[in-house]
Ligand binder design. Structure first.
Ligand SMILES: [Zn+2]
Length: 62
């Protein structure tokens, strides 16, 4: 059973495909896969164009 909440914020890979790690930012939790970790370390501005996560944005609107 795929858990959609545990998918990489950057590439969308799930924990069934690759190791993912939970991070926290601005009070929200998100997941990043091992392959995308260099992006959050070295190119965070590139990742932040996807921030906040879509599901969190929808909750805000509700
Ligand atoms: Zn990824």
């Amino acid at each position: 059973m795929r858990d959609e909440s545990k998918t990489c914020l950057n590439c969308g890979a799930g924990e069934d495909e690759t190791p993912v790690v939970m991070w926290r930012y601005q009070g929200r939790e998100f997941w990043m896969c091992a392959e995308c970790l260099p992006i959050i370390i070295h190119k965070r501005e590139q990742l932040m164009v996807k921030w906040p996560p879509t599901d969190a944005a929808q909750q805000t609107q509700n």
